[in-house]
Design a protein around this ligand. Structure first.
Ligand SMILES: *[C@@H]1O[C@H](CO)[C@@H](O)[C@H](O)[C@H]1NC(C)=O
Ligand SMILES: *[C@@H]1O[C@H](CO)[C@@H](O)[C@H](O)[C@H]1NC(C)=O
Length: 393
């Protein structure tokens, strides 16, 4: 599942980055990032517990309460889009804007249809309808609103954010079967990050840990962890890009087919699997096949390469893949991050080829297990630290 957003400007991005030379125009300059003005929080230690969804798709959800009285919601944590939306329903459970004293409807302002999400003013009511599309064909549609959102803090307190712009979703198409909505962590017009000093971190525990062990966390502002080695973060439209330099298997580099462009890789927690562009994928796949194909029966399952057996039993046979980025920061994918136990007696490579002719790689949730990822939009760095996620203990 991919919750990377579709942008109208996407083709433009790829057309621009495909040129191998020259400086890259950063669309979000540091001086253009809004300072966390009057809405700035008193206490910055805002954290959300993350609940791993172990089955397909492997994604993480964060609990955020919305409205007055506050209704807890489980939201997909998506660094591949910036617009937060919540399923609005007037059922017994769930969030109903009519039952909340803090809900406000907002107009479209001067945003255009070409924005992301696309906005459509409703002249008769003064409301603003939105439509947010995602790469995997899923879609959320509804009305633009403003609400109070509550985040847990480190010490079991609550941090209230007032007047957060969000989408009150009435129609959800092709996806989002689990959870109550989406928490957009990319940088964009509607991003909540400006309320948090443009800084956050996510620590993903292994997806195979106990569902409620509660160690994975998302932290904002001062609570964000920016430890470990860093690499440059390039912000383009609603996406976080980094520059992948080498891919190695068991310590040996594979031939390099990576696009020689700045920011050839997108960091997207809303995508489940690691996506490698064209040749890089086939190169990695053939190396892995060469290593284990002789010992394990392989077959194809819905576009994935799968092997009979279990990851735990075959552990000593399975390779480790390292992704090394500009300035030396790396992500080391142990067999449990590289493969996904898809059935009792078979597991699949948690790597797929990037969509169509996109010459970019996308790093999704499975590849980020056991890592703390710190995003600092002000100093434009991203930090990778292989640690156990025990902030909350
Ligand atoms: C409208 O657009 C201008 C610049 O294009 C911007 O400065 C202004 O803040 C926008 N107004 C609203 C309400 O979004
Ligand atoms: C491998 O696993 C698949 C899926 O469970 C199964 O259909 C197939 O028979 C297995 N093949 C072998 C050789 O065990």
């Amino acid at each position: 599942m991919k919750f990377l957003i579709i942008l109208v400007q996407l083709l433009l991005v790829y057309a621009t980055v495909a040129k191998p030379t020259g400086p890259v125009l950063k669309l979000f300059r540091q001086d253009a990032l809004p300072a966390g003005k009057n809405q700035k929080l008193q206490r910055e230690e805002t954290i959300s517990h993350l609940t791993p969804n172990r089955n397909n798709p492997p994604v993480f959800l964060a609990e955020v309460a919305i409205g007055e009285p506050p209704i807890p919601q489980l939201l997909y944590v998506d660094s591949g889009s910036s617009f937060t939306w919540i399923k609005c329903q007037s059922q017994v459970q769930g969030y109903d804007p009519k039952a909340s004293s803090t809900y406000k409807s907002v107009g479209c302002g001067n945003s255009s249809l070409a924005s992301s999400p696309a906005l459509y003013p409703v002249v008769r009511t003064g409301e603003c309808h939105y439509r947010q599309m995602y790469f995997d064909g899923s879609e959320s549609r509804g009305t633009l609103g403003r609400e109070t959102m509550r985040f847990e803090t480190e010490d079991d307190g609550v941090n209230s954010l007032q007047d957060v712009d969000f989408g009150c979703a009435q129609d959800i198409i092709n996806g989002f079967s689990v959870g109550d909505g989406l928490l957009g962590l990319a940088y964009g017009k509607f991003s909540i990050l400006k309320r948090f000093d443009n800084k956050f971190s996510i620590c993903f525990e292994t997806l195979s840990s106990e569902p409620n062990s509660g160690h994975s966390f998302l932290a904002f502002g001062d609570a964000a962890r920016t430890t470990g080695k860093s690499t440059a973060l390039f912000m383009r439209y609603d996406h976080y890009h980094v520059e992948l330099e080498t891919i190695s298997i068991d310590g040996r580099d594979i031939p390099n087919f990576l696009a020689p462009i700045r920011g050839n890789t997108i960091m997207d927690t809303g995508t489940s699997l690691l996506n490698l562009a064209g040749e890089s994928y086939f190169e990695l796949k053939s190396h892995i096949d060469g290593k284990i194909g002789g010992s394990l029966n392989s077959f194809s399952d819905g576009g994935l390469v799968c092997y009979n057996g279990t990851i735990q039993r075959q552990l000593s046979l399975l390779p480790t893949v390292a992704l090394t980025f500009y300035k030396g920061a790396s992500l080391v994918l142990d067999p449990t991050s590289l493969f996904h136990q898809s059935g009792d007696e078979y597991f699949c490579l948690a790597v797929v080829v990037s969509p169509d002719d996109i010459d970019l790689n996308i790093i999704g949730t499975t590849a980020l297990q056991n890592y703390n990822i710190g995003f600092d939009l002000e100093d434009e760095n991203i930090y990778f630290d292989k640690i156990s996620c025990d902030y909350l203990n």
